[in-house]
Design a protein around this ligand. Sequence first.
Ligand SMILES: Cc1ncc(COP(=O)(O)O)c(C=O)c1O
Length: 470
Amino acid sequence: MDRSLLDFLTEYAKRQPVSFHMPGHKGSKLYKDLGYGEVLALLMDCDITEIPGADNLFQTEDVILSVMEKYRKLYESRKSYLLVNGSSVGLITAILSCSKRGEKVILARNSHKSIFNALTLGGLEPVYLYPDIMTGHGILGGIDPSEVSRLLDENPEASCVVLPSPNYYGICSDIEAIAKVCHERDKALIVDQAHGAHLKFIGEGYPKAAEDCGADIVINSTHKTLASWTQTAVMNVMSDRVDLAVVGNYLQILESSSPSYPLMLSLDVNAEILLDDKKKSRVITEWRNAVDEFYEGVREIPGVRVIEDPMLDRTKLNFDMGAYGLNGNQLETLLNERDIFTELVTGNIIMGMTGIGTTREDIGRLLEALSEIADSRELLMDGLPANDYSGILTMKLDRGRVPETSVSLPLDECEGRVAAASIIPYPPGIPLACPGEILTKEIIEYTKKLRSMGEKVIGVSPKGELLVGE
Ligand SMILES: Cc1ncc(COP(=O)(O)O)c(C=O)c1O
């Protein structure tokens, strides 16, 4: 607790570790290499407010509108909105804009917490789509279009359908088929493409962007994989099933009235890079080559298991070394010791997130580290299984009423009680239990296990207490 945030960040930045986590730019090198070094030097002087000529994010007419227009062109949308509160605010806005208070929403159970927060804000009722679990890997897969169709038939009064594609591991769903099922019933499809802002630009061999598959609203965290800064995102409205005036109104309700100009500036730089054929080709080619080199190189290291799948956005590197008896946390520690930081551990699988700033050198460092770890250990006859934890994220829990009054109780006393707040391991930010759900022994035990491993679990107090119905 002695060290300040300032000390931590400056020391970290000077060390220049290898990043396989958000954000996608991976540091200042990308901007400097592409000719935006000067803007970085002027950054503090660009931190302004709505002075004359600077436009207004909630009444765009001038310089901010021109950035929105760039994204409209890039994603071929009806209208593109710049977001400074991440995809989170876009998802809440999209859901509230498509629903009336009290309505049902059909949503993937492995949705991000912001989607559950939209339900709370709008007094909406969830109807869950459960994703497949990928056999052999134990991670959450895509959403089956026939399940969407079944739930829409059973709940014709539902307002809209919401699901992530790609999900946190990079697995995409068949958005074309799901959009068709939704539109046959005149329902809007909202795609949480927080992890796939790049799919429109990355080229062949990758799943198509939801914008090109018929989704009505698509929300992209440009900060996660592209070149804008943390908290920036772009929401694309693609169809006229959506009322733009309502969307604009929710955004001005939900976002800060002082949107950061440096953040919006980074959205402009990101758009410029993608609109400039030379710059775009330079960074996308380097990124694609780096990713290819990972999959080729990793085959040479015995005992490293990698997920490959036709529905996978391969920029997400999912690998495990259970064959050496290493679980995900142990492997993560060994990588951290070599100054390599990854995005997510689930069971034995580590997800390394590449981005537009990823270089072949970064991949080289990762492969070297994996080789070194493999060389220093023995391959076991019976290694650890790939993963057996994903099922818990999508357990079907009985529902009670969302409690109106609540009490904090130690985890051990919560079995059978109704959750009053969500329990959210972070990352990935998918709630284990939501308000109104009845807490099972498995959920309690899993929460305790995560905490004992030092994982962050939002909703549990430092003393290990949960908010449950009285
Ligand atoms: C699947 C998914 N959707 C939405 C979000 C929210 O994105 P943001 O951090 O840009 O608000 C996240 C964040 O990690 C996510 O993983």
